[in-house]
Design a protein around this ligand. Structure first.
Ligand SMILES: Cc1cc2nc3c(=O)[nH]c(=O)nc-3n(C[C@H](O)[C@H](O)[C@H](O)COP(=O)(O)O)c2cc1C
Length: 339
């Protein structure tokens, strides 16, 4: 029996299969700051038609200065809710469950004006030097994540994901390589974790649904974070009511990454077993058999695909065929989806 095509329930949300579309920035809010465009509607609805069980909408900025680019999606204003609701409606209408990744780009923001980070150290010489956040800035940021969670709820999302990976703001606090603070937000792991602790508590105060956190489990640099070091942090997340860790890696400091099929799966596996929490595996997963192996060997609970779903929006059909499983097709496509 296929595990990839078996349902998975988190809190009160039942996914029809274990296939997840990983968050991917579309940099397509070209008309109005942070707003949904037709592109987003077509793009996300298409993967829902393709029978992806859970779709995670791209990194969506909780503050305008927290955008990776000026064309990122935003959720810092109530004006963003209407467009996001429309994307949710289209995905749900096509039978997918929906999530959104709440994000702040920190020192990797490329917007005009000041950018903010735990310490005033640029990512590299291509990036601006960020302003070191004051305690008041931190408070405002925590509040922004909370307000974003309320808006995501109003837009109708089933699941929330906090972006604590890829060298963006939360990741910058977690890693000792980018956080050189000497106050209660820097130094030992417990201090570096403090902003995420506050964000999770703030989000949890307004959100009862499933909550994921995406982490970069490995910094690929001396003195940086490793999957083993993350186990303690993930245990804290679990105590705070986080339901699943979406395990990615890298990008907090410039480093060379040797990416090969399934290269991040061992990190998801270690965290799943050591911290006893469900995980999602991501990174160069492209075939049904590969996905099935990850799930059946207990290495992760969900499988996330990014670039493969840009090439093949109906990948679930291909994977089902490969695994000899019969799945429902959108009824309009019945004549093409039988094999
Ligand atoms: C176009 C593009 C945009 C991305 N944007 C995001 C993002 O918004 N948030 C995030 O956590 N990861 C982002 N990623 C990383 C993917 O979610 C994924 O972790 C990575 O591409 C590895 O998976 P893959 O080998 O299946 O592509 C992006 C990747 C691509 C290709």
């Amino acid at each position: 029996m296929s595990m990839l095509f078996s349902p998975y329930t988190i809190r009160d949300v039942k996914l029809k299969n274990r296939i997840v579309m990983a968050p991917m920035c579309m940099y397509s809010s070209y008309n109005e700051d942070g707003k949904v465009e037709d592109w987003h509607k077509v793009h996300y609805a298409t993967r829902a038609v393709g029978q992806v069980g859970l779709i995670i909408v791209e990194a969506t900025a909780v503050l305008p200065e927290g955008r990776i680019s000026s064309q990122d999606l935003g959720i810092w204003s109530d004006d963003h809710v209407e467009g996001l609701s429309e994307v949710v409606r289209l995905m749900k209408k096509n039978d997918a469950k929906t999530a959104i990744q709440l994000a702040h780009a920190g020192r990797k923001a490329t917007v005009e004006g000041n950018i903010y980070a735990p310490s005033a150290i640029p990512f590299n010489d291509q990036y601006k030097t960020p302003v070191e956040m004051t305690l008041d800035d931190i408070k405002k940021t925590v509040e922004a994540f909370k307000n974003a969670a309320v808006r995501a709820k109003n837009a109708g999302f089933d699941i929330l994901e906090l972006h604590a990976a890829h060298g963006y703001l939360i990741n910058e606090f977690l890693s000792p390589l980018s956080n050189k603070r000497t106050d209660e937000y820097g130094g030992p792991a417990e201090n570096r974790y403090r902003i995420l602790r506050k964000i999770i508590d703030a989000v949890r105060s307004v959100w009862n649904g499933p909550l994921f956190v995406r982490i970069s489990a490995e910094d690929y640099a001396d003195g940086g974070m490793t999957p083993s070091l993350y186990v303690e942090l993930v245990r804290w997340m679990k105590t705070q009511g986080v339901d699943l860790i979406d395990v990615s890696s890298g990008a907090v400091v410039p480093a060379k990454i040797d990416a090969f099929p399934g290269y991040q799966v061992p990190f998801a596996e270690l965290i799943r077993h050591e911290a006893a929490i469900p995980t999602g595996a991501v990174g160069l997963i492209t075939t049904g058999i590969q996905a099935e192996e990850i799930l059946k060997n207990g290495r992760a609970d969900l499988v996330l695909l990014a670039r493969e779903l840009l090439r093949h929006p109906y990948w679930p059909y291909d994977a089902a065929k490969e695994l000899g499983v019969s799945i429902d097709s959108p009824k309009q496509y019945d004549r093409g989806w039988t094999f």
